[in-house]
Design a protein around this ligand. Structure first.
Ligand code: M6R
Length: 375
C-alpha cells in the first residue's frame, strides 16, 4: 500500500527516519558487561586479529560499502577494500591472512555478489586457518540465498522495499556500517569512549534531522525538478565521506529519470570532466563543514567559472556558500562523519521529482529489476 504517496519510492524515502530509529534500537543496545556499546550478535572470533577487510557488492550496495570503508578505516583503523562483485570474481585480490569478507546485498539474491562470495569461500578452503574465509553478509533479507551462503549476517532493518530504486535499504545499510565500524573501534580501542558516545548521541539525533530535511525539501526539490526536467546531463560532486553520496545521487537520477548523470570526487573534476561543463550542465555539490568543506567550495567555484548552475547540498546558508550556489538544498548542521545519512535525502527527492515530472514509471524503471539474479 502506498499510504497516500503517489509512488512507493516516495513512501520509502519518507520511511527513512523510522528505519534509522529501528536500527538504533536494534544495534545500539549492548549486552551488559561488554566493552562495546554496540550489539550486532556477532562472535568475537570474527573480529579477532583482523588485519584486512574486503567488501563485495553491486550498485547502491557498493556505494554503501564505500561509506563503510571510510568509517572502518577512519574509526577502527583496519585496511578495507571495496570491490564490484562482478569484477572481483575474475580478478580477485591475493589471499591474505585474517581477512573479513563482507558481502552487501539488500535482496540477498544478486548473482554477481553471491558468485564472488562463493569463489572467495572455495579458494580459501583447505588453507591454514588464518587464511580461511571469515564471511559476513549484510542484507535486508536474511532468509535469502546470501543468508544460506554465509555463516553470519547483519540484518538491515528497512522492511520490504518495492521501488526498484534503492532508498531506505541504502540508509539501513549505512546504519549497519556505522554499527560495525563503531563496534570494531570499541573492541580495538581505536577511539576513546567519549568520542564513541559523541558519535552515538549524534546518530540518535539523525531521525528527527531527516524528518526536518524531508519537510523542507519536498517543495524545493519539486521546484528544481520543474526547472530541470528537460536537462540532459547532471554532475554530482562530493569529497571524503560524501563522495559515495555523489555517486548515489547520480545513480538515482540515471535509473529513474533516464538523464545522464555522473558522480565525481570534486577534486577530480579538473583532471578531465571539467571539460564537459557549460551553462547546460548543472552541478550538484555536497558541501559539509569539516575536513574538505573549503576544498569543495573551491571546486564548485571552478565549475561556476564555466557557467554551470550550482546546486548546493549544505547546512551553510551564508558566506561563500550563499554567494556561490544558485540554489540551496539546505540540510541541518550535522557532524561530517554522520552527514551521508542526511545528504542523500535531497538527492533521492530530486531524482524522484524529476522522474515524476517527466511522467516516468518511477517504481518500475525500464530495463531494471529489483533483484538482478543473472550474472
Ligand atoms: O540487492 P542488491 O543490493 O544486491 O542490489 C544491487 C544493485 O542491483 C542495486 O543496488 C541497484 O543498483 C539498484 N537499482 C539501485 O537503486
Amino acid at each position: 500500500e502506498k499510504q497516500g504517496f503517489k509512488h512507493f519510492m516516495l513512501k520509502e524515502i519518507h520511511e527513512q527516519p523510522g528505519v534509522v530509529r529501528a536500527s538504533l534500537d536494534a544495534y545500539f543496545n549492548p549486552a551488559e558487561s561488554t566493552e562495546s556499546p554496540i550489539n550486532l550478535g556477532l562472535p568475537a572470533d570474527l573480529y579477532n586479529d583482523l588485519e584486512q577487510i574486503q567488501i563485495l557488492a553491486c550498485g547502491t550496495s557498493w556505494h554503501a560499502a564505500l561509506i563503510g570503508k571510510y568509517l572502518i578505516e577512519q574509526l577502527a583503523e583496519i585496511s578495507t577494500q571495496v570491490h564490484y562483485a562482478s569484477e572481483y570474481r575474475y580478478a580477485p585480490s591475493p589471499v591474505t591472512a585474517n581477512t573479513l569478507i563482507i558481502g552487501v546485498t539488500q535482496s540477498g539474491e544478486t548473482a554477481d555478489t553471491l558468485a564472488a562470495l562463493t569463489m572467495e569461500k572455495e579458494r580459501r578452503q583447505g588453507r591454514e586457518p588464518k587464511y580461511q574465509a571469515r564471511l559476513l553478509g549484510i542484507t535486508n533479507r536474511p532468509e535469502s540465498s546470501l543468508g544460506h551462503l554465509v555463516p553470519h549476517v547483519i540484518s538491515t532493518l528497512a522492511g520490504i522495499e518495492i521501488g526498484v530504486a534503492a532508498t531506505k535499504t541504502f540508509t539501513a545499510q549505512l546504519m549497519a556500517f556505522y554499527a560495525l565500524a563503531l563496534d570494531l573501534a570499541a573492541r580495538r580501542q581505536t577511539v576513546s569512549k567519549d568520542t564513541l558516545d559523541k558519535i552515538i548521541n549524534g546518530l540518535r539525533q539523525i531521525p528527527k534531522e531527516i524528518e526536518a530535511t524531508l519537510e523542507s525539501q519536498e517543495r524545493l526539490t519539486e521546484q528544481l525538478a520543474h526547472e530541470f526536467a528537460e536537462t540532459q546531463d547532471f554532475i554530482f560532486v562530493g569529497r571524503g565521506i560524501n563522495f559515495p553520496i555523489a555517486l548515489e545521487g547520480a545513480l538515482k537520477l540515471k535509473e529513474i529519470s533516464y538523464i545522464h548523470a555522473e558522480g565525481y570526487p570534486a577534486g577530480e573534476m579538473k583532471h578531465g570532466p571539467i571539460a564537459l561543463l557549460d551553462a547546460k550542465v548543472p552541478v550538484v555539490a555536497i558541501a559539509i563543514p569539516g575536513s574538505v568543506y573549503e576544498k569543495v567550495i573551491s571546486n564548485a567555484q571552478e565549475a561556476k567559472a564555466r557557467d554551470s548552475r550550482l546546486i548546493g547540498v549544505t547546512p551553510v546558508n551564508d558566506g561563500e556558500a550563499a554567494e556561490i550556489f544558485n540554489d540551496l538544498l539546505p540540510i541541518s548542521h550535522v557532524e561530517e562523519l554522520l552527514s551521508p545519512i542526511l545528504t542523500v535525502v535531497p538527492l533521492q527527492l530530486l531524482a524522484y521529482h524529476i522522474a515524476a515530472r517527466r511522467g516516468l514509471d518511477v517504481d518500475q524503471p525500464r530495463n531494471l529489476a529489483k533483484s538482478v539474479t543473472v550474472e
